[in-house]
Write a protein that binds this ligand. Sequence first.
Ligand code: NAP
Ligand code: GDD
Length: 346
Amino acid sequence: MPRALITGITGQDGSYLVDFLLSKGYEVHGLIRRASTFNTGRLGHIYVDPHLPGARMFLHYGDLSDSGQLTNLIYNVHPDEIYHLGSQSHVRVSFDIPEYTGDITGLGTTRILEALRRSGIKARYYQASSSEMFGASPPPQNEKTPFYPRSPYGAAKVYSYWMAVNYREGYGMYASNGILFNHESPRRGETFVTRKITRAIAAIKAGKQKELFLGNLDARRDWGFAYEYVQAMWMMLQHDKGDDFVVGTGQSNSVREFAEEAFSYAGLDWDKYVKIDKKYFRPTEVENLIADASKARKILGWEPKITFRELVRIMVDSDMEEAGLTPPGEGRRILAAKGFPIGSKL
Ligand code: NAP
Ligand code: GDD
């Protein structure tokens, strides 16, 4: 049975990756942080008591700031594959806590890579790199586009990217960078703009919210569906050598377009509800991201199936369901029609 270790297992991508790896027959180990409340909400639907026979997901306490525990974990789990997804992943927040972001999103990577190198274990390593590294470089962006990060988060991810490349070239380790463009889902963190919009729509429909405050509506992002992006991560590690791949849809939409599409799907007029609050603007912004994912298509055979419009429908439906409302219902139909093995927990 192949064994995977995931940092960031409690996050959006970590939770979909567990779903996917368990379906592929893996035993999965994940790093979780101690918190005063449960932070495993995204894993509840697949959690099986580890005392029971047949349990294949195991959670271990630790933190990306603690190299001793990371070393211990890699040594004890002895993984075949490591997916390093853990990070302080919020770009706006990275301007408020730049030092912490550098420590976790940047140095955290070095702690894992160094623990792996010293262990002598020949695991394949996946680095969660980001389109945010391209920053101000004009689109379309591919593996050859120069990095020009526009946030402490972007700068920390550029550092991590190069550490993975250096461990690959310097020590012959198997390390791949997935340069993923924005990917969203019903499990997206509630303060990222897409989920903030779809949750607000559900709350407005339920009569619990009257307005939605956003920042820059003109920024454009290449938004895809997260489940397909964790499949791309796995496909990268099945490739015969470590390499770097851009993953995205090739289509970009503005925040305004996302809001228009989502509100209108729910039968609402977006500009009656959306208001601007300057506090959501960033000191430096990434204006436009559009992936050129031709390398991933050619070498890995990866291609996204879910379009922008479909993604919006999946997310609005899910948030309306969560609010106890009856959604228009196209989201689940789209997932079923396109063969996604996502059951009750979208
Ligand atoms: P996410 O939902 O914010 O999840 C981040 C994960 O990192 C959570 O499990 C979080 O744990 C964990 N984490 C944060 N600080 C930690 C620490 N000090 N020690 C240990 N774990 C820590 O992010 P995501 O959207 O799944 O993204 C996964 C990775 O891909 C991240 O590295 C992100 O930067 C990168 N990425 C994301 C996108 C995207 O569009 N989603 C695109 C490109 C790259 P808690 O649950 O305890 O907070
Ligand atoms: N979060 C947020 N909240 N963003 C807003 C808002 C708001 O109220 N109003 C406008 N925006 C704009 C932001 O200025 C940005 O241009 C865009 O919406 C997307 O913001 P986020 O959803 O926060 O995502 P991000 O693009 O900054 O970062 C995400 O994608 C990166 C990949 O490009 C994160 O998942 C990163 O971890 C990831 O690496």
